[in-house]
Write a protein that binds this ligand. Structure first.
Ligand SMILES: Cc1ncc(COP(=O)(O)O)c(C=O)c1O
Length: 382
């Protein structure tokens, strides 16, 4: 697709890369279903853009964070099974039932209001019970399953479609002791239901790293986010793959972030650049002013440390990242002119800058770099 000339910055979404990543996971999943985790504006890639690509790739499950994201998908005509992974306030139970959204549930109060809403609408409410296996985020402690299940039996409108959990320490380490502890806890919960004579159809606990490393955690559905966008959860995940003799998935980054040069200027040796005069030139310098700042999601901690690509070459950020601008040193890049293309994340000629590189410079993870890209910046499928 051609980029609209009126844009000063945009995010390119590589549809081929996305399809490729889906296939890389599908090859390893056998009969297990693949959920595309598209919460947080599809990890900054654009909720509806990615939903469309995921649907075209045959994905039948979407994972979102809240009712608003689920609603946006329904209003755009998506009929996939949508599971809300975050918290649904009691007041939104009616909307959940009305729009046929599924929710992860871990409180009795939420179950009761969902049942009431379903009764009023003469429908069923589909829930996935979240089991506390050791992350100590959302979840029902295994010893409380008896109490919850007794109450659920009094609520015929509730359909327990799923049983889920989430790993705490799978990306940050090559050590599999904690994931195995959590897996065992999850198996204990599954067996607890079996003993009650209940077989819950959709059991799931895998994120990207688990889907890659531990086939025994796949169960009926895996919830894959970062991997579908072509990013590795961490270096440790890649190392773990190699340590286990597994062939690492060949992932292709889906997102590129581009902008246009807003001004080219020459400044003298000894001049200071930007707020706080944190950079002073040591030679006559040529600068490109780029209309992207921390408001857009370009982290302020990248001040004086990251680089962008212009004309296939690296241009170092000089001075602080401003709210809406950054300045880059183009002294050694001949011929840069107004409205030349700038790459903040992505490839330009033989050079590239990845979300992982920016994350490492900013002291964070690639997840944060991409999810923070301002949702107002147009996402364009290429
Ligand atoms: C509950 C839940 N499941 C799955 C995922 C997907 O994780 P990943 O992006 O590592 O695949 C997340 C991500 O934050 C999550 O919170």
């Amino acid at each position: 697709m051609k980029i609209d000339e009126s844009l000063v910055q945009w995010v390119e979404i590589d549809s081929q890369a996305f399809r490729h990543n889906v296939q890389e996971f599908k090859k390893r999943l056998g009969r297990t279903e693949l959920m595309a985790v598209i919460k947080a504006n599809a990890y900054g890639h654009g909720l509806l853009v990615i939903a469309r690509l995921a649907k075209e790739a045959g994905i039948r499950w979407f994972g979102v964070n809240n009712v608003e994201e689920g609603l946006a998908l329904r209003q755009a005509g998506f009929d996939q099974a949508i599971l809300i992974l975050g918290y649904v306030p009691l007041s939104q139970a009616e909307a959940v039932v009305h729009y046929d959204l599924r929710t992860v549930v871990y409180n009795l109060e939420n179950l009761k209001v969902l049942a009431r809403a379903a009764r009023q609408q003469k429908k069923k409410a589909f829930v996935h019970l979240k089991i506390e296996t050791g992350t100590n985020r959302q979840g029902i402690p295994i010893k409380k399953l008896g109490i919850i299940f007794r109450e659920i039996k009094k609520l015929p409108e509730i359909v327990v479609e799923g049983l889920s959990s989430h790993f705490a320490n799978i990306e940050d380490t090559t050590d599999d002791v904690y994931p195995r502890y959590q897996l065992n806890n999850f198996l204990e919960a599954i067996n607890w239901f079996k003993r009650q004579g209940v077989e819950i159809p959709v059991k799931h606990m895998s994120c990207t790293a688990a889907a890659m490393l531990f086939p025994e955690t796949h169960f009926d559905l895996v919830r894959v986010g970062i991997g579908l966008y072509g990013l590795w959860p961490s270096r440790e995940t890649l190392v773990s793959c190699r340590m286990r003799g597994q062939e690492p998935l060949k992932l292709k980054p889906v997102l590129s972030w581009r902008a246009k040069v807003a001004q080219v200027k020459s400044i003298a040796r000894g001049a200071c650049i930007g707020y706080g005069c944190t950079y002073r030139t040591t030679r006559p310098t040529k600068l490109a002013v780029i209309p992207v700042g921390y408001y857009d999601g370009y982290d302020r901690s990248l001040s004086n440390s990251a680089y962008v690509l212009i004309r296939g070459k690296r241009a170092q950020i000089r001075g602080r990242v401003c709210m809406n601008f950054i300045m880059a040193d183009i002294t050694d890049i001949p011929g840069v002119k107004l409205e030349d293309r700038v790459t903040l994340i992505g490839t330009d000629g033989k050079e590239k800058i990845t979300a992982d590189q920016l994350a490492s410079l900013a002291g964070t993870i690639s997840y944060e770099i991409v999810t923070r890209i301002n949702p107002l910046i147009p996402r364009v499928i290429v």
